[in-house]
Design a protein around this ligand. Structure first.
Ligand SMILES: Nc1ncnc2c1ncn2[C@@H]1O[C@H](COP(=O)(O)OP(=O)(O)OP(=O)(O)O)[C@@H](O)[C@H]1O
Ligand SMILES: [Mg+2]
Length: 249
């Protein structure tokens, strides 16, 4: 058996009559750091949401560790396999940073422990550890709303570290950030993924950042994979064709 962590077999998705994912097949090994690139509307978010199980497939199948993702009955179990980082950090802004970070723990906790944690943070040391990993240890009791965009995205990364999934999906994780913060967050995210032997798939609007931080690049257009290469093998011509900058026929 191969060491494939994730595999997609002829995955298609239609919304109403429109085909948004068109027979996508793909294999990802544990430890890979992959950028998904392609024009707006090409299907990147839909693909990630399908892997997250928040979009139902029209046909095809997705496997994590050779098991159909439909067969992970329990969301808690699935959260140990796959976690997602969003463009808008979806933190609860009114709460202190510590509560947002420990929300990553909800999959491991029962209801009472989760509710109790809102009064008195449970396992504060877990939050401290994750916040130090993202360089925000001193912000643990700060209201989340008082943090900058880049800092909030780092809190969201700390929450993912606490959730501790094998595969991290990131949907345009830095497109709401200025260039300095964007590079900071990408450098941090890819470093942590490497150090902790996780696997990352991120959709990226910036090809420049995709080249700088990712090992493998998958180009998607109209719901189809148009290239799937090591980042340093992707040519300018392929990128131009992907974004429709030149005529290819
Ligand atoms: N829930 C939905 N219902 C109907 N159509 C949808 C839905 N979600 C996505 N679509 C359509 O599917 C297509 C692909 O959308 P998707 O969000 O996956 O693109 P994307 O590559 O992530 O684009 P962007 O780079 O702008 O984020 C678009 O045409 C979009 O309008
Ligand atoms: Mg998208």
């Amino acid at each position: 058996m191969s060491s494939s962590l994730l595999s997609l077999h002829d995955v298609s998705k239609r919304f109403n009559q429109k085909t948004v994912l068109d027979q996508i097949s793909l294999n990802v090994q544990a430890g890979e750091i992959i950028a998904l690139v392609g024009p707006s509307g090409s299907g990147k978010s839909t693909l990630m949401n399908a892997i997250m199980r928040s979009v139902e497939l029209s046909s095809g199948a997705i496997f994590i560790e050779h098991k159909n993702i439909q067969d992970y009955r329990n969301n808690k179990t699935y959260a140990q396999k796959v976690g997602m980082l969003h463009q808008q950090y979806d933190l609860v802004k009114q709460l202190e940073v510590v509560h947002n970070v420990l929300a990553g723990r909800l999959n491991h906790w029962g209801l009472w422990q989760s509710l109790l944690s809102l009064i008195k943070p449970q396992q504060r040391h877990i939050a401290e550890q994750a916040l130090s990993a993202v360089g925000l240890a001193e912000k643990i009791n700060q209201p989340t709303a008082e943090l900058s965009g880049g800092e909030q995205q780092r809190v969201a990364i700390a929450r993912l570290l606490v959730q501790n999934p094998m595969l991290i999906l990131a949907d345009e994780p830095v497109s709401a950030l200025d260039p300095a913060n964007a590079q900071n967050v990408l450098a941090l995210l890819t470093k942590l993924v490497r150090e902790q032997h996780k696997t990352l798939i991120a959709s990226m609007h910036s090809v420049e950042y995709a080249k700088a931080y990712f090992d493998r690049m998958i180009g998607i257009k109209d719901g189809k994979i148009v290239f799937d290469l090591q980042t340093n093998q992707v040519s300018q011509q392929q990128l131009n064709a992907l974004y429709g900058l030149v005529k290819t026929d």
